[in-house]
Design a protein around this ligand. Structure first.
Ligand SMILES: Cc1cc2nc3c(=O)[nH]c(=O)nc-3n(C[C@H](O)[C@H](O)[C@H](O)COP(=O)(O)OP(=O)(O)OC[C@H]3O[C@@H](n4cnc5c(N)ncnc54)[C@H](O)[C@@H]3O)c2cc1C
Length: 648
């Protein structure tokens, strides 16, 4: 049985990463040229890793679904990226960023990884500035910072409301330089369908060319997945439409353990769902909570009038507004972490104080900020977000407060990786949102970009090299061997099977059904009965899918319905594992809120004695119960406490 070894280096926490780098194995420049690496994904994690590994001298093949690396989902990131530079001189440090991240994740992340993340955060900013990323600057010329949830300091670097886009352009230019040099070979419009293992090691992938429909084989000495998160299992989420869990799921089925699948993040500030035919949700960046104040009407009667369209929020007097986050959490106020803010919004709406025509919305109000700073300042800070809101909701948020409600946004769970970001399949590395590593049960705002770039620019180039150092005598891989042959056959069989069902239901309608099951039972509030029901319902739906789905078109050529069907087939299995994991975890922590386990004040109640571990699931076969492995979490440098955002 595979045993979990997190390979945390010895020594004091602040020295672990330096010690690792000082003692790791290196590959000499001439030998690097003999080694091939596959990188799947061109978001911040994959793009940064591919560029850095190629710059070191390795041969890199990089793959993405979109027609350009620049269109990876990372482009959507709005608010910013954290780093412990302490430019505002407000008390930040590497330790404080480490501490906030571990606390924010409700003590369910691995200390050593999080410390390394905080440690390299400052290098990321230097790297990106050198690339020309246009971070916002304050009057004196220094890079400006703003605040994000779960921190009492301002450490978030930003480029208006387009930080992800600007960072991705930086990574893309680094990648383009390598493409031009010939060290990176770029394959766009390719979707990885499976991992190929030879003698137990990851040695290649099978991809589908999304334009021709043809399957292709690619071999390498190591494979890196930077394929993003699986939030779209819920159908409605803030993720890009092509975001999927397929690559991580295929890796799971080939022996890479899947960790903490139930840890998903619900973001408190999204534009509320407004209709049955909606296929996408829109995020209003957390940065808005720097200046916006969140409230609901104190009186239920006012909320009811608003719901019926008989009263406007601008006519509700100050004393009749309940700024419930400021009331409940005086120290952090509107900047409590996302899980806390989301639950508080749900609590107000469940209690009948919600607004909008569904009663499932709360207000994010800029009135005070506009009065204090002027409309120009607010426009300069968030103009593009306000514009986006007005286009979607058809209300001017400078005048009428924005309506927001929690929505699925990010997945903390993912492929289990050790300190080197290597999965339980040797030679298979995973970075960015696709791995589980750094955020525990709840990710703090602006920490995903930090993690993706930390993994890509600063961690994987070292750790993959350490792995590859003993591979220098292994020749380039031919792809005509039996392992490639067999894996490709299996992929082809799945595609043929899907196309032959010829059922009555569209892929989207079945995905939507899955989304309902997930949101109702594995969403913001979970309980034993609901989770058990979800497992039964998902199994039923999966059966229905394979008997009744309709996938029109051919396997050759472009077939978007087939692409979607392949992704939904994976979601229908992954959703069940998420429910299983949530059922196993008899505690509440971070984004995982089990209704049975809460404090008297309704806060998440952890059970450290029994659940202070990473749950890593091992695949045992189709429709066979997976096996749970536990990586015990040890906190030596942070005192484990009940999370508290009421006081500093
Ligand atoms: C609306 C929105 C705003 C956000 N704002 C912020 C923010 O302000 N700050 C912050 O820190 N975080 C933010 N996040 C989170 C952050 O954007 C993501 O976590 C992060 O960008 C993920 O980067 P990644 O490189 O891991 O994956 P992605 O950017 O998702 O890239 C995945 C890549 O993998 C490829 N891929 C996927 N599957 C396959 C496959 N099977 N075969 C081939 N290629 C594949 C895709 O084509 C793509 O290139 C936001 C998220 C959303 C949804």
């Amino acid at each position: 049985m595979t045993k979990l070894d997190s390979k945390i280096p010895a020594g004091p926490i602040a020295e672990k990463w330096s010690n690792y780098k000082a003692h790791q194995n290196l590959v000499n420049p001439a030998n690097k040229r003999k080694i091939d690496i596959i990188v799947v994904g061109t978001g911040l994690a994959g793009g940064a890793a591919a560029a850095s590994l190629a710059e070191l001298g390795f041969n890199v093949k990089v793959f993405c679904i979109q027609d350009s690396p620049r269109r990876a989902h990372s482009i959507a990131a709005q608010g910013g990226i954290n780093a412990a530079k302490n430019y505002p001189n407000d008390g930040d440090s590497v330790y404080r960023l480490f501490y906030d991240t571990v606390k924010g994740g409700d003590y369910r992340a691995r200390e050593a990884n999080v410390y390394r993340l905080a440690e390299v955060s400052n290098n990321i900013i230097d790297q990106c500035v050198a690339q020309g990323v246009p971070f916002a600057r304050e009057y004196g010329g220094l890079l400006d910072n703003r605040s994000f949830g779960g921190a009492l300091v301002s450490r978030t670097f930003y480029a208006r409301g387009q930080t992800g886009q600007q960072l991705l352009l930086g990574a893309y230019s680094a990648l383009s330089k390598e493409i031009n040099k010939g060290t990176v070979e770029l394959f766009t419009r390719r979707e990885m369908m499976d991992i190929v293992k030879i003698d137990g090691k990851a040695r290649g992938i099978i991809v589908r060319n999304l334009v021709t429909g043809k399957l292709e084989r690619h071999g390498a000495h190591a494979v890196l997945l930077g394929t993003g998160g699986y939030g779209n299992v819920f159908f409605l989420s803030t993720n890009a439409m092509t975001s999927n869990g397929g690559a991580a799921w295929k890796a799971y089925k080939r022996g890479a353990f899947f960790a903490d699948p139930c840890f998903v993040q619900i973001h408190p500030t999204c534009i509320p769902v407004h209709g049955d035919y909606q296929s996408k949700l829109t995020l209003m960046s957390e940065s808005l909570r720097n200046d916006g104040r969140i409230w609901t009407p104190k009186k239920k009667s006012d909320a009811e009038k608003i719901q019926k369209g008989e009263l406007s929020p601008v006519n509700i007097a100050e004393e009749d507004r309940d700024y419930y986050l400021e009331r409940r959490y005086p120290a952090f106020g509107n900047l409590v972490p996302r899980d806390v803010a989301s639950r508080a919004a749900k609590e107000r709406c469940d209690a009948g104080h919600g607004v909008g025509n569904t009663g499932l919305a709360v207000y994010l109000d800029f009135k005070d900020a506009i009065n204090r700073l002027g409309k120009n300042v607010i426009e300069a800070r968030y103009g593009n977000l306000f514009q986006m809101y007005e286009k979607i909701v058809d209300e001017n948020p400078y005048i009428t407060p924005m309506m927001i409600y929690p929505a699925i946004h990010y997945t903390m769970g993912g492929t289990w990786v050790d300190y080197e970001l290597q999965s339980t399949v040797p030679g298979l590395f995973v970075g960015g949102e696709a791995n589980f590593s750094d955020h525990g049960a709840n990710r703090l705002g602006a920490s995903a970009l930090m993690q993706g770039l930390s993994d890509g620019y600063f961690v994987l180039p070292y750790t993959m090299q350490n792995y590859l150092a003993d591979q220098i005598t292994v020749p380039h891989f031919k792809t005509d061997g039996p392992e490639f042959e067999q894996t490709e056959k299996e992929v082809q069989k799945t595609i043929d099977k899907l196309l032959s069902v010829n059922g009555k239901h569209t892929v989207d309608s079945m995905h939507k059904k899955l989304g309902h099951i997930m949101w109702d039972n594995v969403g913001m509030a979970r309980n034993k009965e609901g989770l058990e029901e979800a497992i039964v319902e998902i199994k039923k739906l999966r059966k229905e899918f394979w008997e009744q789905v309709s996938v029109p078109g051919e396997k050759d050529g472009m077939n978007v319905e087939l692409e979607k069907a392949l992704r939904v087939a994976d979601f229908l299995e992954l959703g069940e594992l998420m429910a299983r994991d949530a059922l196993n975890r008899n505690e509440s922590c971070g984004g995982h809120f089990r209704e049975e386990y809460k404090t008297e004040e309704g806060e998440a109640l952890r059970d450290d004695e029994n659940y202070m571990y990473v749950a890593a699931w091992e695949y045992k076969g189709q429709d066979v119960e997976p096996v749970l492995h536990k990586e015990k979490l040890d906190y030596k440098d942070i005192e484990v406490k009940q999370r508290n955002y009421k006081t500093a």
